[in-house]
Design a protein around this ligand. Structure first.
Ligand code: ADP
Length: 368
């Protein structure tokens, strides 16, 4: 049975019950007072007048009953127009969205619950549209990212077969580099999908962030030396306790430092500062590298975004690293920001919640 009919029957029952109760009580009230009326009245037969009186009441009740049906009909019709109409409209919209038409929106502009429901439906449709857009973009990007090294390997293999390339160490090194790039890309994609699905189980323990950063800096130190980039490291007095998955946190800072190393020319500077502000530990990784243009900045945490595609390709980047960094930092309840100026360098700030509250303002100390 449709809601429209249910509404009508509910009204009918309610109004009929009201009429019925009034009818029974009026009838009984009249009957109980009839004897006085019959005996005191001067004209006509008392019995006949009594019956006439009761008949009048019964007739008026029949009219009342008929009016009740009419009112119930009118009310249910009006209400069904104002309530059921929007529900039916949203039902149709939902069906179209379910069929993949994500641009569909409910056009209901009311301030009541139905208006709020329509607004939620529209938000849901908008999110679905965005997800679909991202899915399409991801497929395009992945296809592109996979096809580029594959094409390059195919070209080199064909060159080898045709004798255009000599089968020497240099050629095999180039092919090997492309396979490494492919493997790295597949690895990053796997990582990103695990992180984004929130199905990653973090091994959260208490760590001193200073020790964690120190280990990363020591591990990466030789690469900076090789490229003749000065790496400095300053931090507040230990300890700076945080709750973290040390492997994942190490991945975050390794990635930021690798980028700083990759996008800074020899002779440049990279610094790591650890400060404590309020309830947060803030790690600032600053470089004097090539910087990021203002129009690229809002996108660099997006998957596969590379500020300068050709340049990033030559430097070996795939544009996935920072998306992974952001996911990991957010999984730890933190945040990451970036500021940059072309040809002057970039500055990444990672804020992480501190484990204890007793950390007051500290002054930087220490160094590498
Ligand atoms: P990639 O693997 O390409 O480095 P990321 O996600 O780590 O991917 O970085 C995305 C893009 O952001 C890079 O391609 C690069 O254009 C830019 N970028 C990241 N870090 C820096 C930096 N320290 N200096 C200049 N550009 C950077």
């Amino acid at each position: 049975m449709s809601i429209r009919w249910r509404l009508f029957l509910t009204y009918l029952v309610v109004v009929s019950m009201a009429v019925g109760i009034v009818a029974v009580s009026a009838h009984q009230f009249a009957a109980s007072h009839m004897p006085e009326f019959f005996h005191t009245n001067l004209h006509g037969s008392p019995m006949k007048r009594g019956h006439l009186f009761l008949q009048t009441i019964d007739e008026s009740l029949i009219y009342a009953g008929a009016s009740a049906i009419g009112i119930a009909l009118a009310l249910s019709f009006t209400l069904s127009r104002t309530l059921i109409g929007p529900v039916t409209h949203m039902m149709r919209v939902t069906q179209r969205i379910a069929n993949g038409n994500y641009a569909e929106r409910a056009s209901i502009h009311r301030v009541d619950e139905l208006g709020k429901l329509a607004a939620s439906l529209n938000v849901m449709a908008f999110r679905l549209e965005q997800t679909e857009e991202m899915r399409r973009k991801l497929i395009t990007d992945v296809t592109h990212e996979l096809s580029t090294p594959l094409t390059s390997m195919q070209g080199m293999m064909e060159g080898l077969l045709d004798g255009v390339f000599p089968p020497d160490r240099e050629t095999f090194t180039l092919i090997h580099q492309e396979t490494v790039r492919l493997q790295q890309l597949v690895h990053n994609l796997k990582e990103l999908s695990i992180l984004e699905s929130r199905s990653l189980s973090l091994d959260i323990r208490e760590y001193d962030l200073i020790l964690l950063l120190h280990a990363v800096i020591q591990k990466m130190g030789p690469s900076f030396l090789d490229k003749q980039i000065h790496l400095s490291w300053e931090h507040v007095p230990p300890p700076v306790p945080i709750l973290a998955d040390s492997n994942r946190m190490t991945q975050v800072f390794t990635n930021l430092l690798s980028n700083a190393l990759r996008y800074t020319t020899p002779g440049g500077r990279v610094s790591v500062h650890l400060v404590v502000t309020g309830q947060e530990a803030v790690v600032i990784v600053r470089d004097s590298g090539i910087g990021i243009a203002a129009h690229d900045l809002p996108h660099i945490f997006e998957r596969f975004y590379r500020a300068d595609r050709s340049r990033a390709r030559s430097t070996g980047g795939s544009g996935v690293g920072l998306s992974i960094v952001k996911e990991i930092v957010e999984l730890h309840g933190g945040s990451i920001e970036v500021t940059s100026e072309v040809n002057h360098g970039s500055c990444f700030r990672v804020s992480l919640p501190l484990l204890h509250e007793e950390n007051d303002a500290h002054t930087p100390a220490g160094g590498i």
